[in-house]
Design a protein around this ligand. Structure first.
Ligand code: FES
Length: 241
């Protein structure tokens, strides 16, 4: 298969014509698509059993680490179906298409929890980034059902690939490409959109040492499976403005 043919087939978050996990390496299409396939990883629940999409609590903040051992992602079952084929732009003006969430109602999404503004991120001590559920209040915008980075009040729209709604964030959160299989299991397979992994690993060496035993260990790619836990069980303090 030609590289260009593959890119025509992929370019999204949920529907792929071939398993992206078969192909590793960063792909930047001529049309601006940003996509990087990683090892296919099965999501497990807090007890270590396969996580089933139907068991997710709606609007709960869940966390798992992917594609690196030390990079956390938010997983959310949204209250409404997501919008399909959202055109997004990186801060370098590269366009990419976010296809949709996964699951029966296309409402399950996952995003890399590293803010592209100044790298605030979900971590085990203090977490300033989380999903504000329906009816919740945030100083970042008038809307609820949004992901907010409380450091400088950026709000992201999780039903639309985490496009920026307000605040200084220069681009969307990178999205984690999920697969939902017939047996209701969930898998992470790739990252779509511009990620901040390189800057993150460069900037937080002491934290990575404390929480993951060092930068090298934190940078290792997750293999096989990744455990999904509630954010409230992952971090000591959730700070939401
Ligand atoms: S670091 Fe997230 S808004 Fe500034």
């Amino acid at each position: 298969m030609q590289r260009r043919d593959f890119l025509k087939l992929v370019g999204g978050t949920s529907l792929v014509a071939i398993a992206p996990s078969l192909i590793e390496g960063e792909l930047r299409a001529d049309d601006g698509t940003l996509f990087r396939a990683y090892k296919k990883v099965q999501l497990l629940d807090a007890e270590g059993n396969p996580l089933l999409a139907s068991k997710l609590i709606l609007e709960e903040n869940y966390v798992f680490n992917y594609p690196h051992v030390g990079t956390s992602c938010l997983l959310i079952a949204l209250p409404t179906p997501t919008t399909k084929n959202v055109k997004l732009k990186s801060e370098l003006d590269e366009e990419y298409i976010w296809k949709s969430g996964v699951g029966k109602n296309s409402n399950i999404v996952a995003y890399s929890a590293i803010c592209p503004h100044q790298l605030t991120h979900v971590n085990k001590e203090d977490t300033f980034m989380s999903y504000v559920p329906t009816g919740g209040k945030t100083m970042a915008c008038k809307k609820d059902s949004v992901i907010v980075c409380g450091s400088h009040l950026s709000a992201y729209e999780p039903t639309k690939g985490c496009e920026v709604l307000s605040g200084p964030a220069p681009q969307p959160l990178a999205s984690i490409v999920l697969e939902h299989h017939d047996d209701d299991t969930l898998w992470a397979v790739a990252v779509l959109g511009p990620d901040k992994f390189h800057d993150f690993f460069k900037s937080f060496k002491p934290e990575l040492k404390e929480q993951y035993g060092g930068k090298r260990k934190a940078k290792k790619l997750v293999a096989g499976s990744a455990q999904v836990v509630k954010l409230s069980n992952f971090t000591k303090n959730i700070i939401q403005y």
